[in-house]
Design a binder for this molecule. Structure first.
Ligand code: ARG
Length: 569
């Protein structure tokens, strides 16, 4: 049990004693707040929560509770207005949390669930024959972070890259390839060569509309399973994946499945049939749609007038497939907010079909846009930032900084990769998902801001310190750690598990990032204000232990968001 849980239990007991027979809320853990100012205590209980059942003003409740409070080993309680403020007994608290972290190691904050829970996370979900650009960075790192967080908290996770591998554009691409391309050219030029072919196709089709017809014919061939068309298309797909996997490897991102849109080709008919049977399909200008007036949404297009299926048709089918085959408790789509309407429609159609789980268990985990050094990303104007190039540049820049700061360091290239890539990932996961991100190198790589390198540097600094204090074997004397800095650091560490749980409940990895920053900041204060390796060996030992615990939790937190921890920087 952590300090907060102990506190709420003790408070529960106090409430029962002070106000006999009152119906106090079962679990008050969630009512305990962190006061805005550390001088007001470590936790506070807003007594208005009890005003209704007690028919009493908050200040009076706080007064009575503070006189009834008895657990002084745990904390001191003080009434301020309608609040009961708690000051944890520092020695006990710091000792408790430090020893907990050191004994649990890299499992600190993790959970084993009594019953199994399963989540499908659809992320990255790149499109075939498009080069991996910065527009797919957020989905990739948010999704990967969520996958780690759910795993850490005991869920079964299916990491799914729902490839965009279906659509008429692939017919055009094959037509272009047949006309102007060759195996060699593509082998050499990679995905970029494919995109170039596609651009050329569009340019030439403006002069020569018969090209579009060629594209249609090739698409039909893909649909009908023509061997030549499929071979070419599979080749495009393999190439795109080969390039993408290089990026995934640098980012440390993995998937369990790459079943994308084309996988659902032969699975849509029964679903369309079901929609028809349930009288949900309405004809509209030759197309077939599901009306969503009651939901205040535009109609969801299911079949075009030429009988072709759509992105939504496949997403409805794939959600049903996931439910049936994986039995998920949650089904998450980490996709840009531009697709909000699409997911609202898909979930609404599922609901109309009678699948109540769509509303409760499916969630569009939306995120904002990324601009780069002040410029919005635009494929059209040509200022596209490719991810491989971005990560390359991150490593180069990190290397420059390291050369300057620590020229004698071993294995600088590895550290430069960890720091450079870490800076990109960290800044992508620093804010609420929905906020747009403006990426600046100077900001991301600043060693003093709230950045990846800053946190990594703190971790490395602790490693150096632990190395220096290696020979101190005295029993830790936590009674020496009564200062504010030790307390604030211990609090930040103790609040980590809650941050991870909140991150899961809200699908917001930035809550983990922020807590890690909080630990690094409070650690640095602790480090500057106090000599760690003092002559009082009992105190030195306690300070080293608290340092080791801080490093441990930083490592867990950074690991969850996908940032590595170099030992030296
Ligand atoms: N490939 C799509 C895109 O890049 C994202 C797919 C998201 N997943 C889904 N099930 N619709 O925009």
């Amino acid at each position: 049990m952590d300090a907060k849980e102990q506190l709420s239990l003790a408070l529960q007991k106090t409430i029962a004693q002070a106000f006999e027979g009152v119906d106090s809320p079962q679990d008050i853990t969630n009512f305990l707040e962190v006061p805005p100012d550390t001088a007001m205590g470590d936790y506070a209980f807003p007594c208005f929560r009890l005003s209704k059942p007690l028919r009493m003003g908050p200040a009076q409740i706080a007064q009575e509770l503070s006189s009834a409070w008895q657990d002084h080993e745990l904390a001191r309680a003080e009434q301020v207005g309608g609040y009961l403020n708690f000051f944890l007994n520092r020695q006990n608290f710091i000792k408790g949390i430090t020893e907990k972290v050191l004994s649990e190691g890299d499992r600190y904050g993790s959970k084993k669930l009594p019953g199994k829970k399963m989540v499908v996370i659809d992320y990255s979900s790149i499109n075939i024959a498009k080069r991996f650009h910065i527009g797919h960075l957020s989905t990739t790192v948010i999704g990967a972070a969520l996958a780690r967080i759910y795993t850490f908290l005991g869920w079964d996770v299916l990491r799914l890259n729902y490839l965009g591998d279906w659509g008429t554009q692939f017919g055009k691409m094959i037509a272009a390839y047949k006309r102007w391309g060759s195996k060699e050219m593509i082998e050499e030029g990679g995905v970029q060569a494919l995109s170039d072919l596609y651009v050329r196709f569009h340019q030439e089709a403006e002069e020569n509309p018969s090209l579009d017809e060629e594209g249609r014919v090739w698409f039909k061939k893909i649909e009908e399973g023509d061997p030549e068309a499929l071979t070419i298309f599979e080749h495009f797909k393999a190439m795109t994946l080969k390039d993408a996997k290089k990026v995934y490897q640098v980012l440390g991102v993995e998937f369990d499945s790459y079943q994308g849109e084309s996988f659902y080709n032969d699975k849509m008919d029964p679903v369309i049939e079901e929609l028809r049977e349930k009288s949900l399909l309405i004809e509209s200008d030759g197309a077939e749609v599901v009306m969503l007036e009651e939901e205040n949404l535009p109609p969801c297009l299911i079949l075009k007038s030429d009988g072709a299926t759509l992105y939504s048709t496949r997403d409805i089918t794939s959600a049903l497939y996931r439910k049936k085959h994986y039995g998920f408790d949650k089904n998450l789509y980490v996709v840009a907010y531009q697709q909000t309407l699409h997911f609202q429609q898909v979930f609404a159609v599922l609901e109309k079909m009678g699948y109540g789980w769509a509303k409760d268990q499916c969630e569009h985990v939306a995120f904002g846009m990324v601009s780069y050094e002040g410029e919005a990303l635009s494929t059209r104007r040509g200022n596209v930032i490719y991810l491989d190039e971005l990560l390359e540049k991150a490593q180069e820049k990190a290397l420059d900084i390291l050369e300057e700061k620590n020229p004698d360091m071993d294995d600088k290239d590895t550290v430069a990769r960890q720091v450079g890539v870490g800076a990109v990932v960290f800044s992508t996961l620093f804010n609420q998902r929905i906020k747009d991100i403006d990426f600046w190198w100077d900001k991301a790589l600043n060693f003093d801001g709230e950045t990846g390198p800053y946190v990594q540097y703190t971790y490395a600094r602790i490693q150096t310190l632990l190395e220096k204090g290696r020979d101190i074997t005295a029993v830790a004397d936590y009674d020496q750690l009564t200062d504010d800095e030790s307390q604030q650091l211990a609090l930040a560490i103790s609040r980590f598990p809650e941050a991870v749980e909140n991150a899961l409940n809200r699908n917001e990895p930035y809550l983990v990032t922020r807590q890690v920053v909080e630990i690094a900041k409070t650690y640095n204060k602790f480090y500057y204000e106090h000599r760690i390796l003092t002559d009082n060996l009992g105190e030195a030992s306690a300070r080293l232990n608290l340092s080791r615990a801080a490093a441990q939790v930083i490592q867990i937190g950074l690991g969850l968001i996908g940032v590595e921890t170099p030992k030296e920087m």
